[in-house]
Design a protein. Sequence first.
Length: 66
Amino acid sequence: MFKMFDVQSVFFIPVWRRVALVAACWIWAAFEWWNGGPGWAILFAAIGAYCAHQFFIAFDPPEEDD
């Protein structure tokens, strides 16, 4: 179950991918809020906040295997 929420992946080592994912979540949250969907907005804002924490505060990706 917790493996599904594990974003500490080799895929996210490039900073632009981490920034893009967090920005996409927060932009989608703003879009939902603007269109009158506060439930979805809160959900996507929370996902963005979780990803921001995991990507920029607690990021410790596994080593790449050659």
